[in-house]
Design a protein around this ligand. Sequence first.
Ligand code: 3HC
Length: 312
Amino acid sequence: MEIVAPSTEQLLADFESKINAEIKIEPRDWMPEEYRQNLIRQMSQHAHSEVIGMQPEGNWITRAPSLRSKKILLAKIQDEGGHGLYLYSAAETLGVSREQFIQALHEGKAKYASVFNYPALNWADMGAIGWLVDGAAITNQVSLQRTSYGPYSRAMVKICKEESFHQRQGYEIMWRMMEGTKDQQQMAQDALNRWWWPALMMFGPHDSDSPHSTLAMKWKIKRESNDQLREKFINKTIPQAELIGLKVPDQNLQLLEDETYKHGDINWDEFWAVVKGNGPCNQQRLEHHIRAHKEGAWVRETAIASAKKHNI
Ligand code: 3HC
């Protein structure tokens, strides 16, 4: 009996019925090329963000104000490196190697979150980054736990467990500074002023300007839209700011009847300028990553040689 290979239409129909039935798509499953390419792009850029995001905070390990705060910051930064590894490993299941991902980053062909191209000027920035940047990341990543691609979903479950600690330690830094001297309170407010809008930009352009969102929502890579997640983050974070006496730097912010907030206009010119490489720290971040990757080559080579020798 001749076995007839299923048509592409049939394969697509089977794929979409799995998506609609909330069955995870696994690496060996058939998937539309656009689905694969969108995941390769998003997951590798997510991984790049985790690793590049270690730089702003790494600068403050030696300047931490106490042994306790140094230990917390060290643990957090180490977590971020691990998140990058989970995500590169999950992205590699789509048929692209880590070396290829890193090369795309180094050649400027792959992005990472624009928020990491801003400088961390003082200790209050460690609080604002943990509270706002990790807070935004959690809002996004909790939603991504339900993404349709199995390895990505499972990586998110593991990462979210650690992210909540990141957000809390940042908020604690801000809380303690707001209970401190006038100077410390001003440092905390200044850090909020500088990190608030770049944190809102982490959710991406408005849905109407998001070229990837239509497919990403149809095939459940994304479970909530850029704007939905941004609003979720804003509605959660503003009461936290007010609780400790901080004021969100948005003079057009409105509290609506349903007790949600309508934020002022985001400066998308600034967003795209930073995305395109013209932020305060873009060049520094990439040069540091390229240098560290070169300096770490011997570690990778030794690990690979050892794995081969022991047939691991
Ligand atoms: N920074 C840089 N580029 C961004 C961006 C941002 N904040 N938001 C969007 N972009 C880029 C997109 O990559 C895309 O460009 P590309 O086609 O060259 O990749 C373009 O702008 C259009 O945006 P879309 O909304 O159409 O793109 P997506 O559908 O990919 O949505 C996203 C953007 C919501 C960021 C989505 O990619 C996503 O959810 N990614 C996973 C989460 C993530 O990457 N978070 C980054 C921070 S990780 C982190 O903070 C670690 C924490 O522990 C500190």
